[in-house]
Design a protein around this ligand. Structure first.
Ligand SMILES: NC(=O)c1ccc[n+]([C@@H]2O[C@H](COP(=O)([O-])OP(=O)(O)OC[C@H]3O[C@@H](n4cnc5c(N)ncnc54)[C@H](OP(=O)(O)O)[C@@H]3O)[C@@H](O)[C@H]2O)c1
Length: 186
């Protein structure tokens, strides 16, 4: 069982524009050509921050058109927030606030031997790393720069704690990089 930060980013390290747009991302390629279909099969629990959750809420129609459901995940999901947010009917969503370590135990139990997907944003993934809980970063680097936006991983992790494990080209739109994250340096 691994805890994996799996995401897409611009070449200059942003997950989204400053106003949370992902329009730049969808033009870059077909998700079915990436590692995502294989990756998601091994995911047993999901963690995300409130901005990521609210993006899904705001784009419910689009998500539904593309996946057949406004909430495309069957896995139990923890949304980190200090606020009260609406729940999408049928979504297995719990709200969490504060230290990620305690919630990680709950997620592990729910994942029942499968992996935990930290979907983002970058600081939430950083909180898992700070707590020594992150095993892998898998990032699809898109062939685009944004100049400004929401950061991929606002932490300083130096060699050799981050080790490149694999590189896969996905058409002309993405380079998919997998890094192992050492827990020893913390
Ligand atoms: N490119 C991609 O593949 C990809 C992947 C993921 C996300 N995204 C996008 O990137 C953007 C990410 O936004 P973001 O960087 O602002 O990150 P985010 O993690 O989605 O949301 C950040 C917010 O989550 C809440 N939060 C975080 N940690 C918490 C904790 N431990 N306890 C309680 N609340 C906590 C806080 O808000 P409150 O307490 O005010 O709720 C915080 O401001 C979104 O637009 C998302 O759609 C893109």
């Amino acid at each position: 069982m691994k805890t994996q930060y799996y995401t897409s980013s611009s070449l200059d390290g942003f997950l989204a524009t400053e106003d949370d747009s992902l329009d730049w991302l969808f033009a870059l390629g077909d998700i079915s050509q990436t590692s995502y279909p294989a990756f998601i099969k091994d995911v047993g629990a999901i963690a995300m921050g409130s901005a990521t959750y609210e993006w899904i809420l705001r784009h419910a129609q689009e998500v539904s058109d593309q996946t057949g459901s406004p909430w495309p995940y069957t896995q139990p999901t923890w949304v980190f927030t200090s606020r009260k947010l609406p729940v999408i009917p049928g979504a297995k969503v719990s709200f969490a606030n504060g230290d990620v370590t305690a919630l990680h135990h709950e997620m592990q139990a729910a994942a029942a031997g499968r992996n935990i997907w930290v979907m983002g944003g970058g600081d939430l993934a950083g909180q898992f790393h700070d707590a020594g809980l992150l095993d892998e970063i898998i990032v699809q680097i898109g062939s685009v720069t944004l100049g400004r936006g929401k950061p991929l991983f606002p932490r300083r992790v130096l060699s050799p704690d981050l080790a490149l494990v694999s590189v896969t080209q996905v058409g002309t739109g993405f380079a998919e990089l997998t890094y192992s994250v050492s827990r020893n340096g913390r």
